[in-house]
Design a protein around this ligand. Structure first.
Ligand code: E4P
Length: 217
């Protein structure tokens, strides 16, 4: 069970990885575009906090398999061979995943919206497939059910590809994704904060201090 931070904001990444046990970082072009600094700067700042036990997922922006391959090689040469190359599951993306897998590159097949896309990405050799839970629900689908079906299928057929659940808008979706069989989730900073906090805990702590000091002060 792994939790990644879905962000390119170095301040938030530093703060959260100091508090929680996080297993890595995922970015995509939209996430990089939210930051004030250039993508190269954000990515290199992140790569400095990634240790050998952590995962770093960087997405290609190119639209043809050939260009995706070139971009992937640039990413691997710049940020290290252990980076997971995120590739959206377009026709060209499937091709690129197949080629990269042949070269031993770890890929994350991203923007998965159906079980069938997940099957094809797994067969192409993706290390991870990333179903977009909340966006699937917005299409009147059921993101959690999709994870459950893929998880059952992969187990039944002994497929090694892992499920990296993504696109969350609330913490219940994250909990449900794990229960449905996701191996890893990628969580935006605000939701990671919400996962770790509860009003009841804060009130409890206040109560402990109050009760103790009322007697022993
Ligand atoms: C991460 O890998 C995905 O790109 C991300 O979770 C998508 O999230 P969004 O639907 O909030 O953009």
């Amino acid at each position: 069970m792994k939790i990644l931070i879905d962000s390119a904001n170095i301040e938030k990444i530093n703060r959260l990885s100091e508090i929680y046990y996080v297993h890595g970082i995922t970015t995509n072009p939209s996430i990089l575009a939210k930051e004030e600094s250039y993508p190269e700067k954000s990515l290199s700042q992140i790569s400095n906090v990634i240790d050998e036990k952590m995962e770093f997922h960087i997405q290609v922006l190119a639209e043809t398999a050939e260009d995706m391959l070139k971009e992937a090689n640039h990413i691997l040469n710049t940020y290290g061979r252990s980076v997971y190359i995120k590739v959206p599951v377009s026709e060209e993306g499937f091709k690129a995943i197949k080629w990269l897998a042949k070269d031993g590159v770890k890929t994350t097949a991203t923007a998965v919206f159906s079980v069938q896309q997940g099957i094809l990405a797994a067969l192409a050799g993706a290390h991870y497939i990333a179903p977009y839970v909340n966006r699937i629900d917005n299409f009147n689908g059921n993101g959690i059910k999709l994870i459950q079906r893929l998880s059952e299928l992969f187990e039944k057929k002994q497929i090694k590809t892992k499920i990296l659940a993504a696109s969350f808008k609330n913490t219940k979706q994250i909990e449900d994704a794990f229960l449905a069989g996701a191996h890893t989730v990628t969580v935006p900073p605000d939701l990671l904060d919400k996962m770790g906090s509860h009003k009841g805990t804060d009130e409890g702590i206040k109560g402990f201090i109050h009760d103790y000091e009322a007697v022993f002060k």
